[in-house]
Design a protein around this ligand. Structure first.
Ligand code: ADP
Ligand code: ZN
Length: 527
């Protein structure tokens, strides 16, 4: 009997050519494939479009036994299975949407050794029956795709992913490969802990997307800014909106301007959602005005641009969302519009949420990092990549700040005043209080702590509050200030070691000149 469990070839390069028709591996693929084919476990961090699938598909085909791929998205599973079958690989999917008869068929094929790759949802995998069956078969590997779902720091936590920690215990000899495009160091550590990969190596690709030109600007006249961008760039793009109502309004107005536009949000009828998805996937030139509900599993290569009308909640989400542009490797653009009101609104959402204090602290840090990327006068790509633990070159050359450096001013003296006010108040007061001291406002709290007696009291009268806030945010962005936690909600700016030369006047500090965005009416975000 032909046994599809026995590999036709144990040579990864051979499988890559013959089965997938590729000339060679890309980036880290070869290292991962060799390691896993040799029986090793690993964590793979690669951006979307980086080629993660081959990292488990090739070893699964090179090793004896069946490869089990855990995937959270049914649509994604079906796509992958169809693609694998086209390459002549015996693949199948097992998930809760499968009619019982088909599920029985898949299990039968599995049991009779007729499958080489099984894509399975975590719920389905963790059923006793499934695990039992697998324990009786030779297994090539377990691949856990979208592995960030295991982490509750991640933005797509799926409780059923937690159960996957059983794999290491039940199948200690089967290689486990966790893959994700979410690269912030905390999530990576969490994945390693949850999936028992602390001893396993981490393969990390660069997350830079050199073909995406990123730019940010304060939101002033939202629709005008959007329209001129859309007209300039042309082609298919996605406009991310904070509310459902806004997606419909934006699509309407674009159509009014003669631009083909659709809207998409979680509140739409299932049929309307499918239709919007279909039209987008079919390759029509169209603008999709959507909430962040749109995009998971979108694999259209020729999206030319992504616009955010509001500040995203974290660098990770922003990166994922803009990463849907330019997957064909051709030039693409990402525009971020932001306002002070967005930032305030996001802070309120975090404070008002029912999350644990630790979770809120992390959300605040993420938001601060996002604000820093929006505010910086330096390379945005560099700041973004730093959120993923990646040290990039000083200038990427493909963000707006690199392309045309923004107007900056010498903030050295202002920074010294600020640092001195922070130090003299003991680094435990929030920005508002620090500004009260600098601007010489004798509030109750200022008087209570005797801060009106400080030599720094009133020395910052010449700079408006909004500008001071910009200075603080940019200094946080530069790592010259830390935002330490104080009390229940607050953060207190604290000086870092890096700021010492600035305080001593040994180093000059240039910051982006304030171009105060006009606050807008706040809306409630509903993805
Ligand atoms: P990810 O899962 O990381 O988002 P995919 O595995 O879907 O990325 O791969 C993205 C694209 O890159 C796919 O179209 C795939 O065919 C292509 N690709 C991946 N590896 C190679 C390679 N070694 N040679 C050529 N193309 C590749
Ligand atoms: Zn840059």
């Amino acid at each position: 009997m032909p046994d599809s469990l026995t590999p036709e070839s144990a040579d990864p390069a051979d499988v890559l050519h013959r089965v997938f028709g590729h000339a060679g591996f890309l980036g880290q693929q070869e290292a991962v494939v060799r390691h896993v084919t040799g029986g090793g476990s690993a964590l793979v961090l690669m951006p979307t479009g980086g080629g993660k699938s081959l990292c488990y598909q090739v070893p699964a085909l090179c090793r004896r036994g069946i490869g089990i791929v855990v995937s959270p998205l049914i649509a994604l599973m079906e796509d992958q299975v169809a693609a694998m079958r086209q390459q002549g690989v015996a693949a199948a999917a097992l998930h809760s949407d499968l009619p019982p008869e088909e599920a029985r068929g898949v299990l039968r094929d599995l049991h009779q050794g007729r499958l080489k790759l099984l894509y399975v949802s975590p719920e389905r995998l963790l059923l006793d029956g499934t695990l039992q069956r697998l324990s009786e078969m030779p297994l090539a590997l377990f691949a856990v795709d979208e592995a960030h779902c295991v982490s509750n720091w991640g933005h797509h936590f799926r409780p059923e992913y937690r159960g996957l920690s059983v794999l290491g215990r039940m199948f200690p000899d089967v290689p486990r490969l966790a893959l994700t495009a979410t690269a912030d160091p905390r999530t990576a550590e969490d994945i390693r802990a949850q999936l028992d990969l602390t001893e396993a190596p981490v393969f990390r690709a660069s997350f830079e997307r050199p073909n995406i030109a990123i730019e940010g600007m304060p939101r002033e006249q939202e629709f005008r800014q959007l329209l001129s961008f859309v007209r300039e760039v042309g082609g298919t793009g996605i406009v991310y909106c904070a509310t459902r109502a806004r997606t419909e309004m934006v699509a309407d107005r674009l159509r009014g301007e003669g631009i083909e536009a659709l809207s998409f949000h979680a509140g739409m009828e299932a049929e309307a959602k499918r239709e919007a998805h279909r039209r987008f996937a079919r390759g029509e030139q169209v603008v999709m005005a959507a909430t962040v509900a749109f995009g998971m599993g979108i694999d259209r290569p020729d999206v030319r641009w992504v616009v955010h009308l509001n500040m995203p909640r974290s660098p990770e989400s922003w990166y994922q969302e803009i990463g849907r542009a330019g997957r064909d490797g051709l030039p693409a653009r990402a525009l971020l519009l932001y306002s002070a009101a967005d930032i305030a609104l996001s802070r309120h959402h975090i404070e008002d949420s029912s999350a644990e204090p630790e979770q809120k602290r992390i959300e605040r840090q993420r938001l601060d990092a996002m604000v820093a990327i929006a505010e910086t006068a330096e390379c945005r790509t560099r700041l973004l990549l730093r959120c993923f633990g990646e040290e990039a070159a000083e200038r990427c050359g493909h963000c707006d700040n690199c392309a045309s450096p923004p107007r900056v001013f010498d903030a050295s003296v202002a920074a010294q005043k600020l640092l001195s006010a922070i130090l003299r108040t003991g680094q435990r007061f929030g920005a508002k209080h620090i500004l009260d001291v600098l601007r010489g406002r004798a509030t109750e709290k200022v008087l209570q702590f005797g801060h009106d007696q400080l030599p720094t009291f009133g020395v910052g009268k010449d700079i408006a509050d909004a500008e001071w806030q910009g200075i603080i945010r940019q200094m946080v962005a530069r790592g010259l200030l830390d935002l330490a936690e104080v009390g229940q909600h607050g953060t207190a700016p604290a000086m870092t070691e890096a700021a010492r030369p600035v305080l001593r006047g040994e180093e000059k500090l240039f910051l982006r000149a304030a171009d105060a965005p006009t606050p807008r009416r706040a809306e409630t975000a509903t993805p």
